[in-house]
Design a protein around this ligand. Structure first.
Ligand SMILES: *Cc1c(COP(=O)(O)O)cnc(C)c1O
Ligand SMILES: [Zn+2]
Length: 438
């Protein structure tokens, strides 16, 4: 039996003030970001081999138990104190880690795609949302006055919030920048019955307003400044470790916008090492679209400063963020993991997505940014033959069908055009076209 007494609490990144885990608080009194902290000395009391066996056993469980979710399989390292009956799961996590067959053999390296977008609402945001909504569910049962969950979003966060909140029977409200998200992303919260507010501003503007509104009690903030989301996203690191038999790769490349996901990935990796489940850590690379790359600019100065700026338009709309909430957390992770930051132009992200689609994928533009960074790291000799590289794919390509359509029709720079061939219903005409291709 693993220790039931594992402890968690909230702690400020800046002043280290701590708060009980069940206090409804989104940032510290000093204005700093909060982390969910775990007592690693208690976690270390269980031998690494026992943890490995325990987690692998859960991940091998295909029953309908909540703990067979890819997030809750790691419950002791996510939210040990949550009553199991409060878990709100939609089967998140347990996503494939796929080698790019053909390309890898040709290039003499091992590129693996972690398909986090193969998920209930079509993006990795499900991993964090199951934890946040489960936590709120438990708080409500314990009598806290929370009447609605709210978030600002570039599309995927709101889709995830809407479905998890609906599943829990909790009302939700999402703040979206008008005209800046894909139709699929707009339809998801509408279908789930969420109150959808389309604001005449950008993501950063929506973020400001939702923070203002959630100061009033009764509304709970679901953006990733809320650290409960990151606890779920941390399991990306745990799944990769398990899928690679506890041997982490040389590099992990991840697209970054608000920078919660890279922070979570970093925390997960450090936790694995602190508990002795892995020895060697990978280098991490955050990939940003050049239209919205404040972290890249800060990296260029050795993180001497951090200057937010209004993000310009990018195909990678979910990372069109000029003032990322979690930049301090991200820099902490990058410093701990020999981090690197790369910037990718629009035609580079489009090309990278199209190029790797030819190996049997269907990459969304954000994964295109990460793959573009991969190609740049390889061209500059940072990634070499023999390296094992994991690229985090953050969304399902089908959520970004306008981008994919424009790309195959050759309507955007960098796309590999492949047009449908219009023919009469005539076998000879069809045969002629096919023979030309063979
Ligand atoms: C949210 C999101 C990102 C960026 O994650 P951050 O935590 O904001 O850095 C990347 N890709 C997709 C598809 C997303 O929805
Ligand atoms: Zn503080």
């Amino acid at each position: 039996m693993l220790q039931p007494e594992l402890k968690t609490w909230l702690q400020c990144l800046d002043c280290e003030r701590s708060y009980p885990i069940d206090e409804v608080v989104f940032s510290c009194q000093c204005g700093g970001l909060l982390d969910v902290r775990h007592d690693l000395s208690l976690i270390r009391q269980t031998p690494a081999a026992e943890w490995k066996e325990h987690f692998a056993g859960r991940m091998g469980d295909f029953s309908l138990k909540e703990s067979s979710s890819g997030v809750w399989a790691f419950k002791e390292w996510v939210l040990p104190g949550l009553p199991p009956r409060s878990i709100v799961s939609l089967g998140e996590g347990r996503t494939p880690l796929l080698p790019v067959r053909g390309y890898n053999e040709q290039e003499g390296l091992e590129l693996l795609i972690k398909q986090c977008g193969v998920s209930h609402s079509g993006s990795f945001k499900d991993l964090g949302m199951t934890v946040l909504v489960s936590h709120v569910h438990a708080l409500r049962k314990a009598g806290k006055d929370i009447r609605m969950i709210a978030c600002a979003s570039t599309g995927d966060t709101s889709a995830a919030l809407a479905v998890y909140a609906a599943s829990a029977g909790i009302p939700s409200c999402v703040f979206l920048p008008a005209g800046k998200i894909s139709p699929a992303q707009l339809v998801q919260p509408l279908a789930a019955g969420s109150l959808v507010l389309s604001l005449d501003t950008d993501f950063d503007g929506c973020m400001q307003i939702v923070q203002e509104i959630t100061k009033d009690s009764g509304l709970y903030l679901a953006n990733s400044m809320n650290p409960f989301r990151l606890e779920g996203q941390k399991t990306i690191a745990f799944e990769i470790a398990l899928q690679l038999d506890w041997e982490l790769p040389d590099w992990i490349i991840i697209p970054g916008g608000n920078l919660g996901n890279v922070s979570a990935l970093g925390e997960g990796l450090l936790m694995l090492r602190a508990a002795g489940l892995v020895e060697r850590l990978p280098r991490i690379c955050v990939a940003q679209a050049s239209a919205a790359d404040p972290l890249y600019r800060s990296f260029q100065t050795g993180y001497a400063g951090f200057e937010p700026f209004p993000a310009k338009k990018t195909h990678a709309s979910a990372i069109q963020i000029g003032n990322p909430v979690s930049y301090k957390r991200a820099i902490r992770a990058l410093r701990a993991l020999e981090g690197f930051v790369e910037t990718v132009l629009e035609e580079e992200l489009t090309h990278a997505a199209s190029f790797f689609d030819q190996y049997g994928f269907f990459h969304d533009p954000h994964t295109g940014v990460a793959l573009g960074a991969f190609l740049k790291l390889k061209a500059s000799g940072k990634i070499v033959r023999g390296d094992r590289v994991v690229v985090i794919s953050t969304a399902h390509g089908l959520k970004f069908s306008e981008f994919k359509t424009a790309s195959v029709l050759g309507k955007i720079e960098g796309g590999l055009a492949n047009l449908p061939v219009d023919l009469p219903a005539d076998a000879n005409a069809v045969r002629k076209v096919i023979l030309e291709r063979l």
